[in-house]
Design a protein around this ligand. Structure first.
Ligand code: NAP
Length: 293
């Protein structure tokens, strides 16, 4: 990650010291920045202050300390309560907290009405990945503001600029999160079934790794076809997929495990077959999921 190169941008403020904010402040200290920190609850900054970070007594003091303030909070709403009526004139906020695109847009308007420039972002790695090679973060907002602070943001994770619309970084982030959370919940579902049958997570892990690696191939194979409007079911018919989904539902039920998630899954595939898409690719389900179609 980038090390400090110029004198004028050597300070940064981090607001929000959950695991993510603490990792961010630590990465800035590692990179030689002058770091000011603020957190709602006391006691989260002890290690950072011991390493040279400055503890701000208020968000007003925190925001005044640096041109750039990075926010790492539970959501966008928390920014309003954290900053309140703090003077933001001439400051830059980079809110890297997760939220929905419209909340990010609303927050940009809120900050700009108070004289601040506003970038929004979504970080694609856990705290342990902050400041490490291979990490990435989506960022959007005014291009000139991004360019001015890009090197500082890149200290945390390689930034991927998604355009001027402040909602776009969150949109891309939430798309990744849809993939992430459904896969992670699938992992827990599989482990509940495994445990009910006397198997451990370690027993399942090698095969989970194989499936996770294989998913890239499925995405790469299907993306150009889906974008081209092709839903040919020669290799993989929706009717076959629907039957397979019934098998996972029944395996969970037979194991005495909660079936709520898998039942919702099966319902979607049944609706696909009922809609007459049985001979097509399962990518036809996108049409059913898009309720506007
Ligand atoms: P966290 O443990 O939930 O910490 C949330 C932070 O928000 C804490 O500093 C908390 O302050 C503060 N906060 C919550 N409500 C507040 C309010 N009303 N006013 C002021 N401060 C408030 O979250 P985290 O794991 O550090 O993650 C931070 C952000 O990064 C989230 O948006 C998360 O989705 C995103 N993210 C996290 C990960 C991860 O693996 N952790 C990965 C990628 C992205 P207190 O200490 O006072 O409670």
């Amino acid at each position: 990650m980038n090390q400090l190169s110029t004198a004028w941008d050597t300070t940064v403020t981090v607001v929000g010291l959950g695991p993510m904010g603490r990792a961010m402040a630590a990465a800035y200290l590692d990179a030689g920045y002058g770091v000011t920190v603020w957190n709602r609850s006391a006691g989260k900054d002890t290690d950072l202050v011991a390493r040279g970070a400055r503890r701000a007594g208020s968000t007003a003091e925190a925001v005044a300390a640096s041109r750039l303030t990075v926010l790492s909070l539970i959501d966008v709403e928390a920014m309003y309560t954290a900053l309140g009526d703090t003077d933001l004139g001439g400051r830059v906020l980079a809110n890297l907290s997760s939220d929905v695109p419209d909340k990010a847009r609303e927050a940009a308007r809120w900050a700009e009405a108070r004289g601040a420039s506003y970038l929004t972002g979504g970080v694609n790695v856990p705290p342990a990945g902050i400041g490490r090679e291979g990490s990435s973060a989506f960022v959007s907002g005014p291009a000139e503001v991004y360019e001015e602070h890009r090197a500082t943001l890149d200290v945390l994770a390689a930034t991927d600029y998604r355009g001027a619309d402040p909602g776009y970084a969150q949109l891309y982030y939430q798309l990744n999160m849809i993939l992430f959370w459904t896969a992670y919940t699938g992992w827990y579902q599989a482990l509940a079934v495994a445990r009910a049958n006397g198997l451990t997570a370690a027993d399942v892990l090698p095969y989970a790794g194989y499936t996770a690696d294989a998913m890239r191939g499925f995405y790469e194979h299907s993306a150009p076809r889906i974008d081209g409007g092709e839903h040919d079911g020669t290799d993989q018919r929706l009717a076959m997929c629907a039957a397979s989904v019934e098998h996972i539902l029944r395996t969970a039920a037979d194991s005495g495990v909660d079936t709520g998630i898998l039942a919702a899954h099966a319902d979607l595939y049944r609706r696909g077959v009922a809609a007459g898409f049985g001979a097509d690719s399962s990518s036809r389900l996108i049409q059913l999921l898009d309720t506007k179609e």
